[in-house]
Design a protein around this ligand. Structure first.
Ligand SMILES: [Zn+2]
Length: 188
């Protein structure tokens, strides 16, 4: 493995979202910290982000009315995700049982990449609670690792996924098609 390289923070390269009317919040409900890309081999890279659930720490998909239904309406192909169970529909089961929003962000990242990739490759990822948080009742910081094609694609997919999940938590309509279009413009 080649060593990780440092990259500018996502906050610095945050694009201006002029399309949407004045947002009620400046920052994501779920913040991204410390993005890193590790090149595993030619064409495969592992991206790492940390998610700060902040006010959503300790909440699950069961705690936000209509969240799961709205998410599956936005990205119906999430029903294919296996997740822990290893069976198709495993992630939907997790949604209905109640899973944390960092885990949801991970699956949205993977699906956005899959849909935007001209070759529709399948991407893998995993989410874990940051070690220092494991003993706390309300888990706030999570680390997500996922396969991607480049730092730009990984960072864009992560930003879009966080925005989509944040919008759904707030009960507003996410710009999922715009996110896919943005990702499709990148070099794959
Ligand atoms: Zn999962």
């Amino acid at each position: 493995m080649t060593p990780s390289r440092a990259h500018p923070s996502l906050a610095q390269r945050q694009p201006n979202r002029s399309k949407k009317p004045a947002p009620r919040r400046q920052a994501f409900l779920l913040g991204i910290r410390r993005p890193q890309l590790e090149i595993v081999s030619l064409g495969v890279a592992l991206f790492e982000i940390q998610i700060d659930l902040d006010g959503n720490a300790g909440r699950t998909t069961q705690d936000v009315a209509d969240f799961s239904r709205s998410l599956l309406t936005e990205l119906p192909s999430l029903t294919e995700h296996k997740c822990w169970s290893g069976d198709t529909g495993g992630f939907v089961q997790e949604l209905h049982l109640g899973t944390d929003f960092a885990h949801v962000v991970e699956h949205v990242i993977l699906e956005l990449q899959h849909l935007a990739d001209p070759k529709h490759r399948i991407y893998s990822g995993w989410t874990k609670c940051s070690p220092e948080e494991r003993t706390q009742e309300n888990r706030r910081y999570y680390t997500i690792h996922f396969q991607t094609r480049s730092f730009e694609i990984g960072a864009t997919a992560a930003e879009c996924a966080v925005r989509i999940v944040s919008d759904l938590i707030e009960g507003s309509a996410p710009a999922t098609q715009d996110a896919l279009e943005e990702l499709r413009q990148l070099p794959w």
